[in-house]
Design a protein around this ligand. Sequence first.
Ligand code: GTP
Ligand code: MG
Length: 323
Amino acid sequence: MTKRCSNSNCYVHEGESCVDGHLDLAECEHYRSGHSDSKTKAGQSTPIESAARVPWSGATLGLSDLITLLPRARSILVGVLGAHDAGKTTLLLGNYLTCLRGSAIAEGEFCGSWTLGAWEALAAWSRFDDAARKPHFPPHTPRGTSRAPGLLHLALRRTDQTLRDILLSDAPGEWFTRWAINENAPEAEGARWTVEHADTFLVIADCDRLSGPERGSARTDLRQLLERLGGHVGNRPVILVWTKTDKKSLAELTPGIRDSIQKALKEAIPHATEMTTTVGHPESLTEAISIAVNSVWEPSRCSPILEPVLHHQPFSAFRGRKC
Ligand SMILES: Nc1nc2c(ncn2[C@@H]2O[C@H](COP(=O)(O)OP(=O)(O)OP(=O)(O)O)[C@@H](O)[C@H]2O)c(=O)[nH]1
Ligand SMILES: [Mg+2]
């Protein structure tokens, strides 16, 4: 009968390895004190063998996976924000396909991923697998009410041997639309988590929608999102990415729409930069992630500690040897 470990971060009952590293589960005190899964029918037996496994499943990472992954290297969480259908998942997938071709991202070579299953599930949509089905864009990211988005993972290593675990948030656009309208909305918990924890941001502006019949509401949604993000971003890097420029280039957008978004960006996030992408030029998708990752590859230095002057007396005047 399937047995659950008493450690809530351990998924040994789903075929992963013991999170504490025990090859023989009988040696793990948490597993010994675990309980049988009540959903398993009596008599159905799925014994867990004592064998070397990995502590991840290949699906997108959740919060408990981060407990295992994050201690090994410096990580970079890239928050990808934007409305439904804006092109967020396509942008991320383009980067995985770049890695498969052997190209570098942010000067780092691909050196592993804990979410190969999730990447391949997305990549399968873009491949010719039989004569009947043509390559397609990935499907809509399902809307859930999880506390955090599904995170896609790439490990990148530069020639100087520095390694970074890159976590790319693949969230449904509805979360950000809700968050932009009401930052305390219960459905926006995943958006709040992303904005609180991301090291760098890509905000997606859909040129196709901004030039179509819904351009008025698309502009309002995007302005609201930029204004909301401006209140939380601090000095973290932000790039406004104009996507689908094969359908409508940035220059072809109605000046009123384009100018009002650029004005909102300048007011809400003055340090933000802009760039354009299209699946027609896959390198533009890689460039967007590369710029975001490059901007935080080296963490910014802490500000020096300045000792405050508390007493104006010669005895208290010693300010350290370097002063
Ligand atoms: N022409 C063109 N269409 C694009 C491009 N990128 C995305 N699309 C279209 O936009 C649709 C939505 O793309 P997704 O990447 O799924 O969008 P998303 O932002 O992840 O959407 P949600 O998961 O619903 O939030 C795709 O099905 C494509 O039809 C592009 O560069 N050019
Ligand atoms: Mg998506």
